[in-house]
Design a protein around this ligand. Structure first.
Ligand code: UD1
Length: 417
């Protein structure tokens, strides 16, 4: 039997929570650790995606073991240059291992990526960057093979769109390439800055200019380092929305408030009182939120696509109409159908969703459609009258550490059965 959540709604969130480390920072850092000396990486959340990444590391010849929230990596000289299908399908982000595989072995092979189903998720920008750095790419039979028999070399890489994963792949591949690399038009997410900090700690020569250009001077080898991963801004945003949707109050600690600025701006416009310190956020929500206005997802520092679903759940019961425009992924409204089961009034057309706030939501039998959609559905259930069941929890375990326990700690009536 797969487990389900039973959520009884209408309890106000109240309490303090330390936010766990960022999944989207740990994954590229682990990919980069394959080309570094021994590393001690703190604040690694215990998530299924991270466990898959550790398995991939082991397969690639880099031992990774966990001690609490610390992961210790030791890259040896052996290991495979291919990622087996099973591991690849378990996590789409495994494409981010490609740059390190080529840097390490002179070649890498992966099958077509798995992971969240958010419409087509191509890898052309990854391949574009790796080709610029001297890799030869062969595609066929659902596999991608990249080779650089003479090693990678520095290059000018101008991204037409700021793909997070492709920017990370380019950085990892370039740090030990021969010569200088300049990346323009790359993504500027905080997780990328964290990857850069980690690599700098390992001896990489990377310089990030204020206008977002990444300059890399290739070095022959990288040593190890000790690094603490940044807090998960999407998990933080989710817990802020949990407080907002229940008319509650929450103090989040151990995070950088600047990383969730856009979400905070929308929540405070909707009537929440927000106070921030250097590394904490306190939010108190009104009994009923005002509408959220128009939320357009954008690359960082814009509003994150990963928060669109939880913000939409937050808008369901607000007083007024909120509009969501999803600009990053084609098919990221799969949670809408689940939210409607709670009585939400949401209509979608193309990349736009219009949410007319309703006064009453009711419990329902719900399903997690994907990682962030799953969190949105749980939040929705928390705002509804009566009990809900939530199935397909494996999506949530990919990105939220101890989700139900944390919500329980905040006073939510949620049980895993
Ligand atoms: C990362 C995050 C994910 C987040 C996303 C956007 C990780 C592990 N995952 O995913 O949670 O939702 O950023 O903030 O960090 N694209 C291409 N060609 C490519 C690559 C991407 O067209 O080669 C497109 C994608 O289809 C998508 C957009 O670019 O429409 C953004 O994708 P990207 O930034 O690459 O997301 P990920 O790195 O996969």
């Amino acid at each position: 039997m797969m487990s389900v959540y039973i959520v009884r709604g209408k309890n106000r969130v109240a309490g303090t929570l330390a936010v766990h480390g960022a999944k989207n920072a740990v994954l590229p850092i682990l990919a980069a650790a394959t080309i570094c000396g021994d590393c001690v990486i703190h604040n690694c959340p215990d998530l299924t995606d991270v466990a898959v990444a550790m398995d991939i590391l082991g397969h690639l010849g880099c031992d990774a073991r966990r001690e609490g929230s610390t992961i210790i990596t030791t890259a040896s000289s052996g290991g495979d240059w291919r990622i087996p299908d099973g591991l690849m399908k378990a996590m789409r982000s495994s494409v981010v291992f490609l740059g390190g595989m080529i840097a390490r072995h002179g070649e890498g092979e992966i099958s077509l990526p798995g992971g969240c189903e958010l419409g087509s998720r191509p890898v052309d920008l990854h391949l574009f960057a790796l080709e610029r750095l001297g890799a030869q790419v062969e595609e066929g039979e659902g596999k991608l093979r990249c080779k650089a028999p003479n090693g990678l070399h520095g290059a000018k890489i101008e991204f037409p769109f700021p793909s997070v994963g492709a920017t990370e792949n380019a950085i990892i591949a370039a740090v030990t390439a021969r010569g200088d690399t300049q990346i323009t038009g790359g993504a500027r997410e905080p997780e990328i800055a964290d990857l850069i900090t980690f690599l700098q700690g390992c001896g990489a020569k990377i310089h990030l200019t204020i206008d977002g250009v990444i300059h890399i001077q290739g070095v022959e080898r990288l040593h190890g380092c000790e690094h603490t991963v940044i807090a998960d801004r999407i998990a933080a945003g989710t817990y802020l929305c949990a407080a907002a949707i229940t008319g509650g109050e929450v103090l989040l600690t151990g995070l950088t408030p600047g990383h969730v600025l856009t979400a905070l701006a929308y929540l405070s416009n909707a009537g929440c009182v927000v106070r921030t310190s250097l590394n904490s956020i306190w939010l108190k929500a009104p009994d009923r939120l005002k509408e959220l206005g128009i939320i357009r997802t954008q690359p960082y520092p814009g509003f994150p696509t990963d928060m669109q679903a939880v913000m939409m759940a937050t808008a369901m019961g607000a007083d007024g109409t909120s509009v969501f425009v999803e600009n990053i992924f084609d098919s990221r409204f799969r949670h809408v159908e689940e939210l409607r089961k709670l009585g939400a009034d949401i209509s979608t057309q193309g990349k736009t969703a219009v949410v007319s706030g309703v006064e009453c939501l009711h419990g329902a039998d719900l399903c997690c459609t994907d990682l962030r959609g799953g969190a949105a559905v749980v939040l929705g259930a928390m705002a509804a009258e009566g009990a809900s069941t939530v199935r397909e929890l494996s999506h949530i375990d990919r990105g939220y550490e101890r989700f139900a326990e944390n919500l329980t700690q905040l006073g939510v009536d949620i049980k895993e059965e």
